[in-house]
Design a protein around this ligand. Structure first.
Ligand SMILES: [Zn+2]
Length: 87
Protein backbone atom coordinates (compact mmCIF):
# COMPACT_ATOMS: atom_id res chain seq x y z
CA UNK A 1 0.00 0.00 0.00
CA UNK A 2 1.08 3.57 -0.51
CA UNK A 3 -0.21 6.90 0.70
CA UNK A 4 -1.63 9.16 -1.90
CA UNK A 5 -3.05 12.69 -1.95
CA UNK A 6 -6.38 12.35 -3.73
CA UNK A 7 -6.57 16.13 -4.01
CA UNK A 8 -3.78 16.14 -6.62
CA UNK A 9 -5.82 14.08 -9.08
CA UNK A 10 -8.98 16.04 -8.37
CA UNK A 11 -7.23 19.37 -9.01
CA UNK A 12 -5.71 18.01 -12.22
CA UNK A 13 -9.07 16.72 -13.54
CA UNK A 14 -10.93 19.94 -12.72
CA UNK A 15 -8.11 22.11 -14.08
CA UNK A 16 -8.27 20.16 -17.36
CA UNK A 17 -12.02 20.73 -17.55
CA UNK A 18 -11.74 24.44 -16.83
CA UNK A 19 -8.85 25.00 -19.25
CA UNK A 20 -10.83 23.24 -21.98
CA UNK A 21 -13.48 25.94 -21.62
CA UNK A 22 -10.96 28.76 -22.01
CA UNK A 23 -9.29 29.67 -25.27
CA UNK A 24 -7.98 33.02 -24.06
CA UNK A 25 -5.28 31.86 -21.63
CA UNK A 26 -1.90 30.14 -21.86
CA UNK A 27 -1.88 26.39 -21.26
CA UNK A 28 1.85 25.72 -21.40
CA UNK A 29 3.38 23.24 -18.94
CA UNK A 30 4.77 26.01 -16.75
CA UNK A 31 1.40 27.72 -16.39
CA UNK A 32 -0.46 24.45 -15.76
CA UNK A 33 2.00 23.37 -13.06
CA UNK A 34 1.82 26.83 -11.45
CA UNK A 35 -1.99 26.59 -11.43
CA UNK A 36 -1.88 23.15 -9.81
CA UNK A 37 0.59 24.33 -7.15
CA UNK A 38 -1.47 27.44 -6.43
CA UNK A 39 -4.70 25.46 -6.05
CA UNK A 40 -3.14 22.64 -3.99
CA UNK A 41 -1.54 25.09 -1.57
CA UNK A 42 -4.98 26.50 -0.84
CA UNK A 43 -6.71 23.19 -0.27
CA UNK A 44 -6.44 20.66 2.54
CA UNK A 45 -4.63 17.47 1.60
CA UNK A 46 -6.84 14.39 1.42
CA UNK A 47 -4.76 11.30 1.83
CA UNK A 48 -5.97 7.82 1.01
CA UNK A 49 -4.18 4.49 1.00
CA UNK A 50 -4.04 2.59 -2.22
CA UNK A 51 -2.34 -0.39 -3.74
CA UNK A 52 0.73 0.42 -5.79
CA UNK A 53 -0.29 1.22 -9.37
CA UNK A 54 -3.99 1.57 -8.52
CA UNK A 55 -5.60 4.67 -9.97
CA UNK A 56 -8.88 6.38 -9.35
CA UNK A 57 -11.36 6.77 -12.16
CA UNK A 58 -12.69 10.14 -13.26
CA UNK A 59 -16.10 9.11 -11.97
CA UNK A 60 -14.77 8.36 -8.49
CA UNK A 61 -13.01 11.69 -8.48
CA UNK A 62 -16.09 13.54 -9.70
CA UNK A 63 -18.11 12.09 -6.83
CA UNK A 64 -15.55 13.06 -4.26
CA UNK A 65 -16.70 15.39 -1.52
CA UNK A 66 -15.10 18.76 -1.66
CA UNK A 67 -15.36 19.19 -5.41
CA UNK A 68 -16.89 22.61 -4.90
CA UNK A 69 -13.95 23.90 -2.87
CA UNK A 70 -11.51 22.43 -5.41
CA UNK A 71 -13.40 24.13 -8.22
CA UNK A 72 -13.16 27.49 -6.44
CA UNK A 73 -9.42 27.05 -5.84
CA UNK A 74 -8.84 26.06 -9.48
CA UNK A 75 -10.80 29.03 -10.79
CA UNK A 76 -8.76 31.47 -8.70
CA UNK A 77 -5.53 29.67 -9.67
CA UNK A 78 -6.33 30.14 -13.36
CA UNK A 79 -7.08 33.81 -12.76
CA UNK A 80 -3.93 34.55 -10.74
CA UNK A 81 -1.51 32.58 -12.95
CA UNK A 82 -2.92 33.82 -16.25
CA UNK A 83 -2.65 37.42 -15.03
CA UNK A 84 1.06 37.07 -14.27
CA UNK A 85 2.46 33.99 -16.02
CA UNK A 86 6.05 32.92 -15.24
CA UNK A 87 6.76 31.36 -18.65
ZN1 LIG B 1 2.30 29.74 -20.14
Amino acid sequence: MEIYNLQEDLVEVILDEKLAERSDICKCDQCQVDMMVYALNRLPSRYVSKKRGETFSRLELADTQGRTSVLAAVVSAIKVVSESPRH
